[in-house]
Design a protein around this ligand. Structure first.
Ligand code: DX5
Ligand code: ZN
Length: 224
């Protein structure tokens, strides 16, 4: 099922001292963008990034959708506050939610688009039963916790499996990938069935600046 390609620059790779400028720089690229907000708690993942105040600050300076990736234990404790901050999507990890369906419903009831994420070692089948209830599945292409890690090509097959599962059920679900996405890996991911690409390093640390980073990924995907 062909869904529009969307890029989601990850603020984790931006200069936190100039977050507003970083967001303006990606906005300058135009087109269909999401701002990816990586919330890490130092417990589910080894690193602590930032939390609600940064999502609120981002909301004040952009009208772009805020795609919030919760890498935290007990994500159900934070749904309503992030919803009140005006985020557009909330992604919870399958590994953090024994009652995944309940949390997905909670997100939907808060007026936010629910998504579920899979760590590299978590099999695709773990999202099979939740597919009809979510708007997006995130297939991690690195172990979550840090930006700038090496893309895991083994995850391409998992992207294919999730896309096949969704297609077999007639579900037009977004499939997002996150970790090591750049102009080289992006086309591989798109051919495997991904349509929402998170990229931090390859956008914010692009030699020509964020706009050039975005353009390079878009160009690379044109031929797919
Ligand atoms: C990793 C985060 C990613 C990260 C991606 O745990 O979820 O969103 O920012 O960074 P890059 O694109 O640098 O791999
Ligand atoms: Zn992320």
């Amino acid at each position: 099922m062909a869904l529009p390609l969307r890029l989601a620059p990850s603020l984790l790779a931006a200069d936190f001292a100039h977050l507003g400028d970083a967001i303006s720089a990606v906005e300058a690229a135009g087109g269909d963008l999401l701002i990816h907000v990586d919330v890490m708690d130092g417990s589910f993942v080894p690193n602590i990034s930032f939390g609600l105040p940064v999502a609120e600050a981002a909301r004040r300076v952009t009208a772009l959708p805020l795609d919030t990736h919760l890498m935290v234990v007990h994500p159900e404790r934070h749904i309503e506050t992030f919803a009140a901050a005006g985020v557009t999507g909330l992604t919870v990890h399958v590994e953090t939610c024994p009652h995944l369906h309940r949390v997905v419903q909670q997100i939907r009831e808060a007026g936010v688009r629910p998504a579920v994420a899979l760590n590299p070692a978590t099999p695709a089948v773990m999202v099979e039963e939740i597919l009809p209830f979510v708007d997006m599945v995130l297939v991690m292409t690195v172990n979550p916790g840090y930006g700038g890690q090496k893309f895991m090509p083994e995850m391409l097959d998992k992207v294919r499996r999730v896309r096949d599962m969704a297609d077999a059920r007639g579900l037009a679900i977004d499939i997002q990938v996150d970790g090591g996405v750049d102009a080289r890996t992006a086309p591989l991911l798109v051919s495997a069935g991904a349509n929402v690409l998170v990229a931090g390093t390859s956008i914010f640390h692009a030699p020509g600046g964020p706009r050039a980073g975005i353009e390079a990924i878009r160009q690379a995907c044109l031929a797919v």
